[in-house]
Design a protein around this ligand. Structure first.
Ligand code: URA
Length: 246
C-alpha cells in the first residue's frame, strides 16, 4: 500500500473492511498478539493440504479471497435464496483466539457481521469480561448464511460450509478456539456428544486448543448458566496466560 496516497490507503482499508478485517495488527507486540517465538514453537507440522498461515498480509489476502468465495456460494439452494447476504467473520486475521458460533440470525443477516444481535451483545460482554475486546479476537460461524426462521443448521449445510470454516481456521491459525454451543462444538470436533459433556475439557483442532461452552442465546434463555460459562472462560484465560479475575 502506498501510505502517502490517501485515496489508495482509503481504498485498501475499504477492501480490507469488505474482507471482514476490522483491525490490523499493530506494529510490535500487543498483549493479545501472538508472540513470534510462540508461532515458531507452536507452528504445527501441517497436513500437506493446509497452506502455512503466513504473515498478516498473507492472511488478510487469503481471507479476502475466501470471503469472495463465500459471497459467490449458492451450494445450499434454500439458504442462498433466502439470505440477505453472507456473514463471513470479523476480527484480527492473526487472532490468538477465535469464537466459533452456529449461524447468522436476523441481525447478522441484515448487517453482514457475526454476533451483533442480543446474543452478540452478550458475547461482547463475555469477551470483555475476559479482559479482551472484539478487536483482539476473530469471530466466525459454522454457517455463513442465515437458516430461515433461525432453525438449526442441517447436516448437509454444515458439510457444505466445512471447507470455508476449515480454511478460515487454517488461515488465521489461532492458538485457541472457543466453540459456542452444540452446533459449533459438534461440527468442529466431529462428535455427537452433547455440549454439557464437551464443557470443561480441552480438545485439539490442528494446532489450536479447543474449549466448548454454552451459546450466548442459551444464556439469554437460561441466565443461571452464565456461571458455567464464566467457569469455562476462566479455564480459557488461565490457559492463554491472561490474568484471571477472582
Ligand atoms: N448466533 C450465532 O451462532 N451466530 C451469530 O452470528 C449470531 C447468533
Amino acid at each position: 500500500m502506498n501510505e502517502r496516497n490517501p485515496r489508495a490507503v482509503k481504498q485498501r482499508l475499504q477492501s480490507l473492511a469488505d474482507a471482514g478485517v476490522q483491525s490490523l495488527p499493530k506494529r510490535g507486540r500487543t498483549a493479545t498478539a501472538r508472540p513470534a517465538e510462540a508461532v515458531a514453537k507452536s507452528a504445527p507440522p501441517r497436513a500437506a493440504a493446509m497452506p502455512p498461515a503466513g504473515d498478516a498480509a498473507d492472511r488478510i489476502r487469503s481471507l479476502a479471497i475466501l470471503r469472495q468465495q463465500v459471497v459467490d456460494c449458492t451450494q445450499c439452494t434454500e439458504l442462498a435464496a433466502t439470505r440477505t447476504q453472507t456473514v463471513f467473520g470479523v476480527g484480527r486475521p492473526d487472532a490468538r483466539l477465535c469464537f466459533f458460533g452456529e449461524a447468522p440470525g436476523a441481525d447478522e443477516d441484515a448487517s453482514g457481521e457475526p454476533f451483533v444481535g442480543r446474543a452478540g451483545q452478550l458475547l461482547t460482554k463475555i469477551i470483555e469480561a475476559c479482559t479482551l475486546s472484539r478487536d483482539d479476537v476473530y469471530i466466525l460461524n459454522v454457517l455463513k448464511c442465515r437458516p430461515p426462521g433461525n432453525r438449526v443448521p442441517l447436516p448437509d449445510e454444515v458439510a457444505n460450509c466445512r471447507r470455508f470454516f476449515e480454511r478460515q481456521f487454517a488461515t488465521i491459525a489461532p492458538e485457541f478456539i472457543c466453540c459456542l454451543g452444540t452446533t459449533a462444538a459438534q461440527s468442529l470436533l466431529q462428535t455427537d456428544e452433547p455440549i454439557g459433556k464437551l464443557r470443561r475439557r480441552w480438545f485439539t483442532y490442528g494446532s489450536a486448543q479447543v474449549i466448548c461452552t454454552y451459546h450466548p442465546s442459551y444464556l439469554l434463555r437460561n441466565p443461571a448458566a452464565k456461571r458455567d460459562v464464566w467457569d469455562d472462560m476462566k479455564l480459557l484465560m488461565a490457559k492463554m496466560g491472561l490474568p484471571v479475575p477472582e
